[in-house]
Design a protein around this ligand. Structure first.
Ligand code: 5GP
Ligand code: MG
Length: 178
């Protein structure tokens, strides 16, 4: 069953075009050697898979597992970290990917986790930035895909109660409480 969608916010073509633009920028900025691309699970898994395939360079991948939403549509402000083995980041060029920048809590947590490993360069990339969202903590964002209204969105990795992640576009869903 395909879950019900109120409106598409960003189309599949727009996302794929943006992936190529981001890949061009990243290739240009990291032309000096291998890059470790880490992403925050689960929401970034499709973004990660598409971005690495658009990058013709030496790449290692890794994952950080965080959750903050616990099935609801507003952040609980508390991060649940399931520890996965990290690749060696010491003196490496590292790019940290997140699906969406909302309160900023997840990105800040992941950023500090990486920083402790003393990478040579640590840059951040998010697919979506929520305009006007209340930020708890700010982390410098080096690359981003789209700025979106302060809505709850699903698709392209993002879920509502673990559903909708497989949609190839970003959409506003019909929620049960609507
Ligand atoms: P933050 O920590 O910045 O508040 O939120 C980041 C995490 O909350 C994201 O990685 C994502 O998992 C979840 N999140 C924030 N906004 C949305 C949204 O609009 N839709 C979905 N599905 N998840 C969101
Ligand atoms: Mg996430």
């Amino acid at each position: 069953m395909i879950p019900s969608i109120k409106s598409v916010i960003i189309t599949e073509d727009q996302i794929q075009h943006k992936i190529r633009l981001l890949a061009d920028q990243i290739l240009h900025d990291f032309s000096d050697g291998p890059l470790v691309i880490l992403s925050v699970l689960k929401g970034s898994f499709i973004f990660h898979a598409d971005l690495v395939r658009a990058l013709a360079m030496d790449i290692e991948v890794g994952f950080i597992s965080l959750s903050s939403y616990r099935g609801a549509t507003n952040s609980q402000g508390e991060i649940n970290h399931i520890e996965l083995p990290l690749p060696d980041l010491k003196d490496k060029n590292v790019l940290l990917l997140e699906d969406i920048y909302d309160t900023g809590a997840s990105m800040a947590y992941a950023y500090e986790l990486c920083k402790k490993e003393q990478p040579k360069i640590l840059k951040t990339c998010v697919l979506l930035i929520k305009k006007g969202a209340k930020r708890i903590v700010e982390t410098p964002i080096d690359y981003y895909g789209f700025s979106i209204p302060n809505l709850f969105v699903v698709g392209y990795g993002l879920d509502y109660q673990e559903r909708y992640r497989q949609l190839p576009f970003i959409a506003e869903p019909y929620l049960k409480e609507n």
